[in-house]
Design a protein around this ligand. Structure first.
Ligand code: AMP
Ligand code: MG
Length: 346
């Protein structure tokens, strides 16, 4: 199949109208989309991703008004969208238009992407556009055009080129249809902010109760597959002490990569670069040299770089990725959740 890779929003909107599948960037991650009004096209998205059929898609809308045409928004829903949209907040609402995908559900997940170019594209498709994250099911979502092209060229009808994702983790999902509003998936818009509007927000225990896993108790099982947001490499979520300790002992630096806040002395002095001299020999043609360290300064920067780092690690046959635990405070909630999922065994 020929994939049209273009920044021409009209051409790519036409593809959606014709019942085709198009990948597009949002401020969170790339999405793989089809018309919400076209069941066959939406089902193709599941096939391409290998996504389980019982996991419904988010419908992407251009405006609050267009959401109100399709769903029962209510005062609370409107207030939330006025405050947090366009942006990384997904609401689960009751459907007004029962013909929208998935037809068997009375509810619809809705969201308005932040980038005006993407909203204009959705408008031109006749909207809404149903899209899960553009990745193979179970793997990390994608945040770089190069990764999208590598996985999906020849498998989808189009790829829309526009501003790349900056938040880096998937949207916060809040259900407004039950007895109490409930946080279904943490993200960049955090429960504390939401509670200003939703004092009775139910926040289920989305995190493992144990503190960061101890390196000494986590067996290394290279190549093991994980359930969500997980690269092929073995992911270890480490406390700062464990993270720093891991530079000194126990890991072959050629097969290990690190992402976190603490910059080890070895890296600062360039010693690790010497240890890794041979890594460039393993480089795959067309890809730049792999850097075993991604040093970040905020949780937000960490989230924005995480999935692309996971992809690079797999590309360069890294066996173990050591991730420093995020810092308490802003940006902790969504990032911590994704890191725990990535580190979780099936
Ligand atoms: P993804 O598109 O892979 O980023 O995931 C979308 C998330 O929204 C998943 O966790 C879905 O289970 C959730 N979701 C989508 N539609 C609904 C719905 N109607 N009710 C509850 N959760 C939903
Ligand atoms: Mg996903």
């Amino acid at each position: 199949m020929k994939t049209l890779i273009s920044s021409d929003v009209s051409l790519l909107a036409n593809l959606i109208q014709e019942g085709k599948v198009v990948i597009f960037p949002t401020e969170t991650v790339y999405g793989i989309g089809a018309s919400t009004k076209n069941e066959v096209a939406c089902l193709r998205v599941y096939e391409i991703k290998g996504r389980p059929k019982d996991n419904p898609l988010i419908a992407h809308f251009p405006s609050i008004e267009s959401i109100e045409d399709a769903c029962v928004l209510g005062d609370l829903g409107r207030k939330l969208l006025e405050k947090f949209s366009p942006g990384p907040l997904t609401l689960i609402l009751s459907k007004k238009d029962k013909s929208l995908f998935p037809k068997e559900l009375d509810t619809l997940a809705v969201r308005i992407p932040k980038n005006p170019v993407i909203r204009e594209w959705i408008r031109l498709t006749g909207g809404p556009v149903s899209a899960p994250s553009a990745n193979l099911s179970g793997r990390p979502s994608l945040t770089k055009l190069t990764d999208v092209v590598r996985y999906f060229e020849g498998k989808v009808d189009g790829i829309l080129i526009a501003e790349e994702p900056s938040f880096g983790i998937e949207s916060t999902v809040v259900s407004l249809v039950g007895e109490h509003p409930t946080l279904l998936r943490p993200g960049s818009i955090e429960s504390e902010e939401l509670k200003t509007f939703l004092p009775d927000l139910v926040v289920p225990n989305l995190f493992e109760t144990s503190p960061a896993r101890s390196l000494s108790t986590v067996p290394l099982s290279p190549g093991t597959k994980y359930k969500h947001y997980a690269p092929s490499a073995h992911v270890i979520l480490a406390s700062t002490d464990e993270f720093i300790h891991s530079f000194q002992v126990g890991f072959d630096p050629k097969e290990t990569a690190w992402i976190g806040f603490s910059c080890p002395e070895k890296v600062r002095k360039g010693k690790l670069t010497q240890d890794l001299e041979k890594t460039s020999a393993k480089e795959e043609e067309g890809f730049t040299k792999f850097d075993h360290f991604s040093i970040v300064s905020t949780n937000e920067e960490y989230a924005s770089k995480l999935y692309a780092f996971f992809e690079a690690c797999d590309l360069f046959n890294i066996q173990t990725i050591v991730c420093e635990a995020p810092k308490p405070g802003r940006g902790w909630e969504g990032l911590r959740n994704r890191l725990e999922k990535a580190a979780q065994k099936k």
